[in-house]
Design a protein around this ligand. Structure first.
Ligand SMILES: *Cc1c(COP(=O)(O)O)cnc(C)c1O
Length: 329
């Protein structure tokens, strides 16, 4: 299969916010967008997005935790002062995109990755200090394969205790601007240190990577940063913490610093969570010129594996959906 996210279903749902109203959701060809060069988002980054998946389910599909993603997109829009699409508009746009793409949803472990996207469209380069009063919303769909088809390779992660991933308070917003702010640090970590990802720990506070939450598992306890606005409220994170409690693990959502983290490393496993990769093991941390290995280096840790299996069996459609996470469409 093509690279993740480079292949698209032929149609996408689209709605525009003009004159204070959302237009009826329509299905359009995935093709070129006609945008004025002064479009607000192109100058002032008025944009947010979501990433969620639909899985094949018999003749149809189910969407994993649709409402949680709808809710988060509404909060991202509000934080960026973008016109906020009503939950009903977002739900309809996502569901219709999935139904329309039914033919191209791959079988598990493949899925249909969905990318609802919202941005400001006022054609005015003088509106730097003004919220866009018009917007476009669409839901792009991309059939994706098994993220781990090449096998699971635990990641080398650079601990960065000086840079921030994004501006304070924006960590909870899923916006392209945050990715723009983090990109330089991620690319430099790869080029200068051979790292796969950067764990942002500004002032020593262990937060997350550019696109995934960080979970540490130590002595039957899952430790992860609380949702204090500095990190994204990952739906995968929430799902895994729920499953962890069900498996008898203790869940501690609390702040911890790099010094504590480095002490735990040799006796802990660690993983990154997110929709694309579910749960990816972290093998080692690079810090101050040294590489320190987790207990599971070279493979997936025991608890990482169990949590991952628990989640993927629900997503695949054969585990009991005790939490009501599969939305049939
Ligand atoms: C999307 C994202 C995540 C993962 O969120 P999920 O809902 O689990 O996919 C984590 N961190 C950041 C910064 C993100 O943008």
């Amino acid at each position: 299969m093509a690279d993740f996210g480079s292949q698209f279903a032929p149609k996408m749902a689209l709605s525009r916010f003009v004159d204070g109203q959302w237009s009826p959701v329509e299905m359009t060809e995935v093709g070129r967008l006609d945008l004025h060069p002064a479009t607000h988002v192109l100058h002032y980054a008025s944009e947010c997005f979501e990433g969620l998946k639909a899985y094949r389910n018999g003749d149809g599909a189910h969407i994993f935790r649709l409402d949680k993603h709808v809710d988060r997109m509404q909060r991202s829009a509000a934080h960026l002062l973008l016109p906020q699409p009503p939950a009903e508009v977002l739900r309809e746009a996502i569901i219709r995109t999935v139904r329309e793409a039914n033919e191209v949803i791959p079988d598990y472990p493949g899925s249909l990755y969905l990318r609802p996207t919202l941005f400001g469209t006022d054609p005015n380069i003088g509106s730097a200090a003004k919220a866009s009063q018009s917007a476009m919303l669409y839901v792009l769909a991309s059939p994706v394969g098994d993220y781990f088809s090449g096998g699971v390779k635990p990641l080398r992660v650079l601990v960065d205790d000086s840079n921030m991933r994004c501006a304070p308070g924006f960590g909870q917003v899923k916006t392209g601007g945050n990715y723009a702010a983090a990109l330089r640090h991620v690319v430099e970590a790869r080029e200068h240190h051979g790292a796969d990802q950067v764990l942002f720990c500004p002032g020593g506070d262990v937060q997350e990577t550019a696109a995934a939450n960080f979970l540490l598992i130590h002595d039957d306890t899952v430790i992860t940063k609380p949702l204090d606005g500095s990190i994204l409220a990952g739906v995968t994170r929430d799902s895994l913490l729920t499953l962890a409690r069900g498996l008898g693990l203790t869940v501690e959502e609390r702040n911890f610093d790099v010094r504590e983290l480095m002490e735990w490393v040799p006796r802990s496993e660690a993983a990154l969570s997110g929709t694309a990769a579910v749960l990816t093991p972290v093998g080692s941390l690079l810090y101050k010129g040294r590489e320190i290995h987790f207990s599971n280096d070279g493979q997936m840790g025991h608890w990482t594996q169990r949590l991952r299996n628990g989640l993927t069996s629900i997503q695949r459609g054969d585990g009991d959906d005790t939490h009501g996470w599969r939305n049939l469409v």
